[in-house]
Design a protein around this ligand. Structure first.
Ligand SMILES: Nc1ncnc2c1ncn2[C@@H]1O[C@H](COP(=O)(O)OP(=O)(O)O)[C@@H](O)[C@H]1O
Ligand SMILES: [Mg+2]
Length: 363
């Protein structure tokens, strides 16, 4: 490779948005770009020529390099969570990386030269969303299946690896220094378990909406039971949920369990949006033709840019969000011939307003 070529490769690698790491057949690092320095918290100059195990601070990632060196089979992709910086600290953040590992062979494909790995930050689920919007023509079922495959398989594989690592750690004598390692592995596991649980629940809610069963109810009573169920969640955050019900509302004909689900999805979002001293107010109002339910919070609010997208299937700004809560709520409200609208201001809060028309001929 001549000098200009070398410069060109260096510039490309430096500007590459993904971390790129290449280690030779002896597991010694030969390429380590700028983003890799950021994810692995070590300077590129220090690592060249060093062995992988001394450079990669994350055992879950190291494990996948090992797989390539052992099996030398075709490339594989996996999503892994890492903490930056790797040692526990107050400003530690969790990143989800889409990691690809490639065994590299010489031109004839005979000699194994080493392992190339790339790491892309997909914490915001950007990649997945882009993929889904590309495939709008797929049927909803196909889309859900892809989503399931993605959401369930990746955390599962990362769970398995972490559990295996834990077993190894616990196998030997546990020293103090290993305790931190064990602690961080357990954190990965509980993070991924939460992600699975949360997404699976919302997925099932979405897919399992049974045919509606309408019955006549007192709206305030139904809402009261939802509020009571969610109040402890708010209290954990030191936030309050207050109900302000208009007396003598007309009776409504609704499907109680689905309606509950819609309202809880909105309240859960509000609870997630508020911080200490958060306030969530739930109002009911009746007019001649409609009943209104208003959910108001003084939480983080929604930016102008996000506002038109919040009811979109799988739109979420939360690292662990499924983006299904509002899609489900909207579907249920429209099954009740109602509407849901929102007003919001960043750092001030949000108001969601549901209108349910009276006198609908529902069966
Ligand atoms: N009360 C709220 N305050 C601030 N943002 C909200 C609120 N409700 C919804 N959002 C925004 O709408 C997005 C979509 O909500 P939702 O469909 O429930 O999915 P998820 O809660 O899983 O992210 C959220 O990620 C958040 O950005
Ligand atoms: Mg939600």
């Amino acid at each position: 490779m001549n000098r200009t070529e070398q410069n060109l490769y260096e510039i490309i690698l430096r500007n590459f948005k993904e971390a790129v790491v290449f280690a030779d057949a002896q597991e010694r690092i030969q390429i380590f770009n700028f983003i890799a320095e950021k994810y692995f918290q070590i300077s590129g100059k220090k690592v060249l020529g060093k062995r992988l195990e001394r450079v990669i601070p994350y055992k879950n990632i190291k494990k996948h390099f090992d797989l390539v060196y052992e099996k030398r089979e075709s490339n594989h992709d996996v999503e892994l969570a890492i903490h930056i910086p790797p040692a526990p600290s107050s400003d530690q953040e969790t990143l989800i990386l889409h990691c690809s590992f490639y065994p590299i062979f010489d031109k004839k494909g005979a000699m194994f030269l080493g392992c190339l790995a790339t790491f892309a930050d997909i914490t915001e689920k950007g990649l997945l969303l882009r993929e889904i919007s590309k495939s709008r023509d797929l049927s909803t079922i196909g889309m859900l299946a892809r989503w399931m495959a993605h959401e369930i398989r990746n955390p599962l594989s990362s769970l398995n690896i972490n559990i295996e690592l834990l077993r190894e750690e616990l196998g030997g004598e546990t020293q103090l220094s290993q305790k931190e390692e064990i602690h961080s592995l357990i954190n990965f596991i509980s993070y991924e378990t939460l992600r699975l649980e949360n997404n699976l629940k919302e997925f099932l809610d979405f897919n399992r909406l049974p045919p509606l069963k309408f019955e006549w109810i007192q709206l305030n009573e139904v809402l009261d039971s939802v509020v009571r169920l969610l109040r402890p969640d708010a209290q954990i955050k030191n936030a309050r949920i207050e109900a302000h019900f208009q007396k003598k509302l007309p009776m409504l004909k609704i499907d109680i369990s689905q309606f509950n689900l819609a309202i809880s999805n909105l309240l859960i979002n509000s609870i997630q949006a508020v911080s200490e001293k958060g306030e969530i107010h739930l109002f009911t109002r009746g007019s001649k033709k409609n009943v209104f339910i208003i959910i108001q919070d003084n939480g983080v609010g929604i930016s102008k840019e996000h506002l038109p997208r919040i009811f979109d299937f799988m739109f979420s700004t939360k690292p662990m969000g499924s983006g299904l809560g509002l899609s489900i709520a909207k579907k249920i409200i429209s099954d009740h011939h109602g509407e849901i609208s929102v007003k919001s201001e960043v750092n001030k809060g949000s108001v969601f307003k549901i209108r349910i028309p009276l006198g609908q001929k529902v069966n």
